[in-house]
Design a protein around this ligand. Structure first.
Ligand code: ZN
Length: 85
């Protein structure tokens, strides 16, 4: 992550929020299933799946964005240092 980039920060926060929402809903579904409360579990599942979709979308958006930062490859630098020794 690039701390000085506002887009990175925004996308990362969106991903973190989606992850948190998904984890919370997943836990609720698991509790409902544990209590054999099928109605509650079935009611929560579409929301959990939507949160999972959101989580995947925001993750891809973040990764896609970070690739725009990769102007200087660390690997190339290492090779350069080794061969110009
Ligand atoms: Zn960025």
């Amino acid at each position: 992550m690039f701390n000085d980039c506002p887009i990175c920060q925004r996308l990362w926060n969106e991903y973190a929020d989606a992850t948190m929402t998904h984890a919370t809903l997943k836990q609720k579904v698991e509790i409902a299933e544990f209590e054999h409360n099928q109605r509650a579990a079935q009611g929560l599942e579409p929301r959990m799946n939507a949160a999972e979709g959101q989580m995947n979308e925001t993750r891809i958006a973040f990764i896609d964005h970070t690739t725009t930062h990769q102007t200087a490859e660390p690997k190339a630098k290492v090779l350069h240092a080794r061969f110009s020794g």
